[in-house]
Ligand binder design. Structure first.
Ligand code: CS2
Length: 486
């Protein structure tokens, strides 16, 4: 029997037991424009928002914008924006249909439509998940990279932007002109002080256009910081089949996620306008920094370390890597001896418990999160995930053997050849420079990644050089096994 496809018209045919939008979709207007319509936001911000809409009415529908490719729109538009979120762990699988994605736009096809949507008075929030490399900033300094091709283009041609920052400034300028308040800019990427970082980029870009615009944004805008968390691997063909099986209809845009989710938000929104996310588990706080440090350094830091070392050791997924006792012992010691001692715990949190919960989440074999996927864009990820912890330890005169091992594994990885001599498909905006630097043995000089301080630290250079030598000589597993646990 051929299955029909998920859409508004077939929603009533979804299998019983599958959770459906608990509100009338047609009555929900768009209040959020989201830039970067990947799987993460659909499993995170959208599920929180869907849960709020089921509890109370509000015009908090999401218009999702793809900044590059039409694929997501092409999959979602025929489904009226509906899609399946499959939650998976050892306890099994459960499915829900998410309904709050009300529009899909593709920026390169019609940048004006995107600016108009963002500038519409009904839009109160513009949220973003455009990944670390999507901000056009220098990862080491956090400042706008004015020679970044998309940023430079948008400065020359502000009416038809390509970059996220270019869209934000174009739409904010239009709102100012129309006498409207700005929207709140809600950055949901894994960047340090993400709201503040993005505010700085928007300010710098706006100032290139008009100082009065940047002053208006400073005076009236809001860029709350967030800590967002849910493990959501890229969707595979097997996931499409699992979704069809679960809901009894075909779905071209399902996603798979773990049960856990966390959303910590600095509660400063323009006019206080936002969905009541706290009613469904989000945590509004006055200072996100300790939550962010905990998450970026313990979760993402360990993720990146496991991705490079696990990949080199021949493991396909994080769960496979955690099933290898040598790698599991390494990450446990990395948390215990090198990360936890220098990360302050958020109020009421215990970092050992947090690490234990991460260990369980990483071992979830129902989630196939590929080491190769997490290894992507390391030049943009290392500073906030690993190097900030390294800086903290060096400033206290503490040793960094395991952190150095993770950095060294990244160096081997971006060199482009694995331990068996096979090529590695390295995806990184700096891939070409990294490869060249690896050939010339000058990676540690790269200021875009390491800043100006680390290349001058003898302790750092010695630790990473030692780890690199060991990885090259004996491979990842034996190098880690030789480290011991204390
Ligand atoms: C991962 C993150 O791909 C990656 O780099 O470390 O996407 C991670 O799964 C999320 O931040 C979890 O919240």
């Amino acid at each position: 029997m051929t299955l029909r496809r998920l859409s508004s018209a077939t929603l009533s045919a979804v299998r019983p037991g599958v959770v459906q939008p608990g509100y009338e979709r047609d009555r929900v207007g768009v209040g959020i424009v989201h830039l970067g319509l990947g799987a993460f936001v659909r499993a995170h911000l959208a599920t929180y928002t869907d849960d709020v809409l089921a509890l109370e009415p509000g015009d908090w529908g999401i218009a999702g914008v793809s900044l590059r490719h039409p694929d997501q729109r092409d999959r979602l538009a025929p489904q009226s924006g509906l899609y399946t979120a499959l939650q998976r762990d050892s306890g099994g699988i459960s499915a829900r249909i998410v309904g709050c994605l009300r529009e899909q736009l593709v920026a390169p096809e019609d940048p004006e439509a995107v600016v108009a949507r963002m500038a519409d008075a009904a839009t109160r929030i513009v949220s973003l998940t455009v990944t670390e490399k999507g901000y056009g900033h220098d990862p080491a300094t956090g400042r706008l990279d004015v020679v970044h091709p998309d940023i430079a283009d948008d400065v020359r041609n502000p009416a038809a932007p390509r970059s996220a920052v270019g869209f934000l400034v174009a739409a904010l300028a239009r709102r100012r002109h129309a006498g409207l308040a700005p929207f709140t800019v809600l950055c949901c990427d894994n960047l340090p002080h993400n709201g503040r970082l993005l505010a700085g980029l928007v300010r710098d870009f706006a100032a290139l256009r008009d100082d009065r615009l940047s002053a208006w944004i400073d005076a009236n805008g809001a860029f709350p910081c967030t800590m967002v968390d849910r493990i959501v691997p890229a969707t595979t063909d097997a996931d499409l089949a699992a979704a069809a099986d679960a809901i009894g209809l075909t779905d071209a845009a399902p996603l798979v996620h773990e049960p856990f989710r966390q959303f910590v938000i600095e509660d400063s929104f323009v006019d206080g306008a936002r969905p009541a996310w706290e009613r469904v588990g989000a945590e509004p706080v006055s200072d996100v920094a300790p939550y962010e440090h905990m998450k970026l350094r313990l979760l993402n830091g360990a993720h990146s370390a496991l991705a490079y070392l696990g990949y080199l050791a021949g493991h396909e997924t994080i769960a496979d890597t955690m099933a290898d006792p040598v790698l599991a012992a390494y990450v446990a010691a990395l948390w215990e001896h090198e990360i936890i001692p220098v990360v302050p715990a958020p109020p009421g949190a215990d970092l050992r418990d947090y690490a234990a919960s991460l260990s369980a989440r990483f071992r979830n074999t129902a989630i196939r999160h590929r080491t190769w996927q997490i290894a992507m864009d390391g030049s943009q990820k290392l500073p906030q995930r690993l190097l900030s912890t390294i800086r903290e330890r060096l400033s206290r005169g503490l040793p960094i053997p395991r952190l150095a091992m993770a950095v060294a594994a990244w160096m081997v990885y971006v060199g482009g050849v694995d331990e068996a001599g096979r090529p590695i498909d390295v995806r990184d905006p700096l891939a070409a420079q990294l490869r060249k630097a690896a050939e010339d043995n000058r990676i540690l000089d790269m200021e875009a990644v390491f800043g100006t301080d680390l290349p001058r630290s003898d302790t750092f250079i010695a630790a990473v050089t030692h780890a690199y030598g060991l990885l090259r000589a004996v491979g990842a597993r034996r190098a880690l096994a030789s480290m011991g646990e204390s």
